[in-house]
Ligand binder design. Structure first.
Ligand SMILES: Nc1nc2c(ncn2[C@@H]2O[C@H](COP(=O)(O)OP(=O)(O)OP(=O)(O)O)[C@@H](O)[C@H]2O)c(=O)[nH]1
Ligand SMILES: [Mg+2]
Length: 352
């Protein structure tokens, strides 16, 4: 085998990893593709890049389809570029039937920045396997971190399980809402509230933005402890709570989500949004509660990595017996609990 005689190789760093660290955009795109396909030397490259990561600030952007996430992302890119920051964007390719073709749309909405060498925009294909999307997203974020991005914006579509997983890996999570999109507040209640650090109520040029802001304020307030008279109505007549008269107490030092109204299509409110996102970053980096949050997220990420590594190993080791177990359960020859236990027992009996 003919090895390239670069000093990089002599020190054991993969040549492609070396190029990413040298901020070579083409090589970075190539590494992203390898990671996406889990092909070639992608693990060796990721391993070499890892020590050079941890500098970038990752912002997860999620929310109901059509709320204006991509338009807002475009505005955020411009705002961060004004601060001379290098920006990377990961647009997670949606698989849901109602948002097909969004990648093309995203490209159009972010095209202002396609010529800028300090902006790296990457669409992420779905892998279709459990957790595969969040794993790819995490890995690609690491590549872009190593490339030298100061800020990485990760746009996901929808608020499903995959998106929640991805959101959990971001430092700061922005949830984009828009008025008049039905039960959007209801829709995001399941799970996303714990993840949301900042809410953007976009399309504030439309009717109903203030009502959405009030709904969110109420929801955030109910997430804390409502004190004073009237607290007993919590949960039952929550919507009738007069927040002005309530004292809402959140846990000491805890982050209370901030809300900002924006009109992304006119870049209005973007400066204020950046300000609020930066407040969250300052909280993360400067407070004990923030440090605890960062640690919790690292723990989550480790668990995710472990779960997926175990699943990968089990699938490789067990091969067709998984499918046999599925068939046995489908035919009611076996219950899923015993089947899963049997698979685990078989896996443990095999050498790794
Ligand atoms: N009136 C109004 N329209 C907006 C605003 N922001 C975005 N839009 C429009 O809303 C539509 C959807 O915007 P996108 O940025 O693609 O929304 P998205 O959330 O990224 O959509 P998906 O990626 O498909 O989920 C586009 O036609 C935008 O031009 C706004 O502040 N006001
Ligand atoms: Mg979009």
């Amino acid at each position: 085998m003919c090895l390239p005689s670069t000093s990089a190789y002599a020190t054991g760093v993969h040549p492609l990893a070396q190029k990413v660290l040298a901020r070579d955009v083409r090589a970075t795109a190539r590494v992203c593709r390898l990671v996406d396909d889990r092909a070639g030397d992608h693990l060796a490259i990721l391993t070499d890049l890892f020590p050079q990561t941890g500098r970038a600030w990752t912002i997860g952007i999620t929310g109901v389809p059509g709320a204006g996430k991509s338009t807002l992302t475009n505005g955020l890119i411009a705002a961060f570029r004004k601060q001379s920051k290098r920006v990377a964007v990961v647009a997670v390719d949606p698989t849901s039937p109602f948002s097909g073709g969004a990648i093309l749309g995203d490209r159009i909405r972010m095209q202002d920045h396609f010529e800028d060498p300090e902006v790296f925009i990457r669409s992420l294909a779905t892998r279709g396997t459990l957790g595969g999307l969040s794993r790819s997203a995490t890995d690609i974020v690491r590549v872009l971190d190593a490339w030298g991005a100061d800020v990485i914006l990760v746009e996901t579509v929808g608020v499903g399980q995959d998106e929640l997983e991805i959101t959990k890996t971001a430092h700061t999570t922005l949830v984009v809402m828009a008025p008049g999109m039905g039960d959007d507040v209801q829709a995001i209640k399941a799970g996303i509230l714990e993840c949301a650090d900042v809410f953007a109520v976009n399309k504030a040029d439309r009717d109903g933005a203030d009502a959405t802001v009030r709904d969110l304020e109420l929801m955030i307030a109910l997430g804390g402890e409502v004190t004073k008279a009237g607290a007993h109505s919590r949960g039952h007549h929550g919507a009738s709570l007069d927040l002005a008269k309530q004292e809402v107490k959140h846990a000491e030092g805890a982050w209370v989500p901030l809300i900002v109204k924006t009109v992304a299509s006119r870049a209005e409110g973007v400066a204020s949004l950046v300000d609020k996102l930066e407040k969250h970053r300052a909280w993360l980096e400067g407070t004990e509660a923030g440090a605890a949050r960062r640690e919790a997220r690292l723990r989550d990420a480790m668990r995710m990595q472990l779960r997926e590594a175990l699943l990968d190993m089990a699938e490789t080791a067990l091969g067709p017996s998984i499918e046999q177990a599925v068939l046995a359960v489908a035919r009611k020859e076996q219950d899923p609990y015993t089947a899963a236990e049997g698979l685990v027992a078989a896996f443990r009996g095999k050498p790794l």
